[in-house]
Design a protein around this ligand. Structure first.
Ligand code: GAR
Length: 190
């Protein structure tokens, strides 16, 4: 019998600090959440986010990029009956083959108002272009980088006084707010 009936077995992939992972773990513990986080995989063995995950009694796996990351992850995802992957600050590009083999949904959070600023250094680019707004988007992962269907996004105003650091902080705050909402929206409309 399912331990958490109705909740999707979810794997979170990270590479760094893990503040989004933290917000997803908090959300997953809520009665109304639609996910149960069953494992966290990091391609960076030193990712800070791993500490929080293991304190939360979630299985963690470190698989560095040189050691067949995709095949090892696929085996784990299968072993844990994973229904959904959430990328949360995961800085490696997954191949089309991986996406096909996993065959279930993969979501990503990206720190820009997609389709603007795919890839890296999103805040630098928004400030340099004197944009009035920045923001974050949650989208489905496809073979094409940061190009899958957007599920949810939210804007923040860029003030004249903002620099990359302050903007990053503001955007991260909304990321933590909208990732759980996007998951709920996505899973409810499946
Ligand atoms: C977040 O801003 C996330 O949107 C971004 O990395 C940061 C990770 O922070 N992701 C990407 O740039 C993916 N291309 P976190 O480790 O504290 O969640």
């Amino acid at each position: 019998m399912e331990k958490y009936p109705g909740k999707k077995n979810t794997a979170v992939f990270i590479s760094g600090k893990g503040s989004n992972l933290k917000s997803l773990i908090k959300y997953s513990k809520k009665k109304k959440s639609l996910i149960k986080i069953i494992l966290v995989i990091s391609n960076n063995p030193d990712a800070e986010g791993l500490k929080y995950a293991s304190r939360s009694k979630i299985k963690i796996y470190r698989i560095n990029n040189k050691s067949n990351f995709e095949n090892k992850s696929l085996k784990l995802l299968k072993k844990y009956n994973t229904d959904l992957i959430c990328l949360a600050g995961f800085m490696k590009i997954l191949s089309g083959n991986f996406i096909k083999q996993f065959s279930k949904p993969i979501l990503n959070i990206h720190p820009s108002l997609l389709p603007k600023y795919k890839g890296l250094n999103t805040h630098e680019r928004a400030i340099k272009n004197k944009d009035r707004f920045a923001g974050a988007s949650i989208h489905k992962v496809t073979e094409k980088l940061d190009s899958g269907k957007v599920i949810l996004q939210k804007k923040v105003k860029i003030l004249k006084t903002d620099d990359v650091r302050s903007l990053k902080k503001k955007v991260l705050k909304i990321e933590h707010e909208i990732y759980p909402k996007a998951i709920n929206k996505f899973l409810t409309n499946l």
